[in-house]
Design a protein around this ligand. Structure first.
Ligand code: TEU
Length: 549
């Protein structure tokens, strides 16, 4: 096995800054708000924070369109506020992970303004241009723009490439100057003391600039066609030597290619590239209201675990700002089961090998909001998908049913702190509506209740920290075929632990060689333990970890 490190042993908490805590009443969360909540973060026991982009930006994609990588968007505060927030985290033993959005910039970035201004501008080849006299460029698919990834710009009679929105032109990573600019930006933040980087959409950074034709329908296999070109690895090695190693920081890639080999090439220690990656197979399991099958869920996690058993490291995540809420997708939002099922899914997240990434609000079981009509949507991805659906004659009613369940807006509503107006998030008008259920689901209410989702989350973070087998131990599936229960062992570091999770809303049972006792139980989301002979009987969504010795 590779080296033991803090980023393997840590628990990461993701903050969407515009939705966390507003202190100046403008309806957007800010750094001062995070500072106000530092003790709360400390009380969770988490050891890392990843914050989504807060840089200067026209906000076409909520900050994933950066117009100045060294400046802070005024709504979040000043550089001094940033430094105070960072110092406050460090004082509490929390490391900070910066979001680095460099597959593309904003079209308002000075580089792009220069680049588009003339064909012989020194910044021209900071981006990808196709001169229109060569005809229409070979089709490239855009993830956000129904018209494709090439945008015509009459100013120089040429097309530029944008994998995401048209206001997010792709940077030309084949240009060594661009790469140097990016490393300089990363150094700027590393010097301020950030401890890690999350590389946004990075698997798409390198392009084949001979622009071959791709076959019809290729976009169905997007990552295969657009991701992980061999040159990407050269650039990552360069980045490692320039930034990662000298500053002793770490970096996690969004996306892990389309094969295990791709993922290993990104993260194995001897590659000297990145340290961690996250894949989309889990979230892909649950993109419609019909939900997922436990069998598939077990398979995805088991196969990724075995692929990384000897070498390399991944993160484990079940939700983030690009997905709807954890509770709706992997647990059970009904009032009767929300608490035990969310506790179960948090138990699972914290007991797998791989660094757990938890998304703000999931520690209290925040849920999706209801947005049945397209008029309410602001997200550039949702609007793009709607246009595509409309243009291709899809059933729009069905489309909206799925969008309402799966859209990114669901995961972006303000944090529910208490039962005062706007959930204690802001004294003004929130940029995005607060979920009506804040009166019931909020931090203050759950602080009071020892059996709340929040207090279980805290306990579970502690359990992970105190049991190194949960971090480094071997994972083995137990009774793979069980239709309701996900059971597995984590063995190593002098420990032998068993995790038993009843994913069903009905009671279920499992026969085990070693059964839990009151003394061997490490965590249980119910106050009861029901053992009968060789059988462990579990309540709906009961989640147990016990020591087998
Ligand atoms: O997402 C990259 C990405 O591949 C998206 O297609 C993602 O899979 C999709 O949004 C899921 O619904 C990153 C960021 O996480 C996302 O928020 C940004 O919008 C995107 O890059 C562009 O920067």
């Amino acid at each position: 096995q590779e080296e033991k490190t803090w980023w393997k042993e840590g628990v990461l908490y993701q903050i969407y800054p515009q939705s966390f805590k507003d202190t100046d009443g403008d309806g957007y969360g800010d750094f001062k708000g995070v500072i106000e909540k530092l003790d709360y973060l400390g009380s969770l026991g988490i050891t890392m924070v990843w914050m989504n982009p807060f840089f200067e930006s026209p906000m076409v994609d909520n900050g994933y369109d950066v117009s100045d990588y060294r400046a802070i968007h005024p709504r979040y505060g000043s550089m001094e506020d940033f430094q105070a927030m960072l110092d406050g985290m460090h004082a509490r033993g929390i490391k900070f992970v910066l979001d680095v959005v460099v597959n593309h910039s904003s079209d308002q970035h000075d580089w792009f303004l220069q680049s588009r201004s003339s064909r012989d501008n020194p910044y021209r080849n900071y981006y990808h241009w196709w001169p229109a006299e060569k005809g229409t460029p070979p089709y490239r698919h855009s993830l956000f723009d129904p018209e494709g990834a090439w945008e015509y710009d009459s100013l120089t009679n040429a097309y530029y490439l944008h994998t995401f929105a048209e206001q997010q032109p792709d940077l030309n990573w084949e240009n060594p100057k661009v790469r140097q600019e990016v490393y300089d930006i990363m150094k700027f933040w590393a010097e301020k003391g950030v401890d890690g980087f999350r590389m946004d959409a990075f698997q798409f950074a390198s392009k084949d600039t001979t622009w071959p034709e791709f076959p019809e329908g290729h976009e169905e296999d997007f990552i295969k066609w657009y991701g992980m070109r061999p040159q990407l690895h050269e650039y990552l090695k360069e980045m490692y030597a320039e930034v990662i190693e000298p500053f002793g920081v770490f970096a996690v890639a969004e996306g892990a290619g389309s094969t295990f080999l791709d993922a290993h090439d990104l993260v194995d220690a001897d590659r000297k590239e990145l340290q961690m990656a996250y894949h989309f197979e889990t979230v892909d399991l649950s993109r419609t209201p019909e939900g997922y099958e436990l069998e598939d869920f077990k398979n995805v996690f088991s196969k990724w675990d075995s692929a990384f058993a000897e070498k390399g490291w991944i993160s484990i995540f079940l939700s983030n700002h690009d997905n709807s809420r954890l509770v709706n997708r992997f647990a059970n939002p009904s009032p009767e089961f929300r608490t035990p099922s969310t506790q179960l899914i948090n138990t699972f997240l914290m007991s797998m090998r791989g660094t757990p990434f938890t998304y703000y609000g999931d520690e209290i079981g925040m849920t999706n909001i209801d947005m049945p009509t397209i008029e309410e949507y602001v997200d550039v991805e949702a609007l793009g998908k709607y246009q595509t659906a409309k243009a291709s004659g899809q059933d729009l009613e069905e489309f909206m049913r799925i969008l309402n369940y799966s859209s990114r807006e669901n995961g972006r509503t303000p944090m529910q702190w208490d039962s005062t107006p706007q959930a204690g998030f802001t004294t003004g008008t929130p940029w995005m509506k607060v979920n009506e259920n804040y009166v019931e689901i909020n931090v203050a209410a759950q602080e009071e209740d020892p059996n709340s989702i929040l207090n279980h989350f805290r306990k579970m973070v502690q359990v992970r920290k105190e049991n190194p087998a949960l971090v480094y131990g071997k994972y083995e599936l137990v009774q793979k075929e069980h239709p309701e229960i996900y059971a597995f062992t984590r063995t190593g570091e002098g420990q032998n632990l068993m995790v038993v999770l009843n994913f069903s809303q009905n009671p279920s049972s499992i026969e085990l060689e070693t059964l839990p006792t009151d003394a061997s139980v490490i965590i249980n989301n119910y106050s009861t333990l029901d053992v009968n002979g060789n059988t462990l009987n579990l309540k709906p969504y009961q989640a147990l970890i016990f020591s087998v010795d």
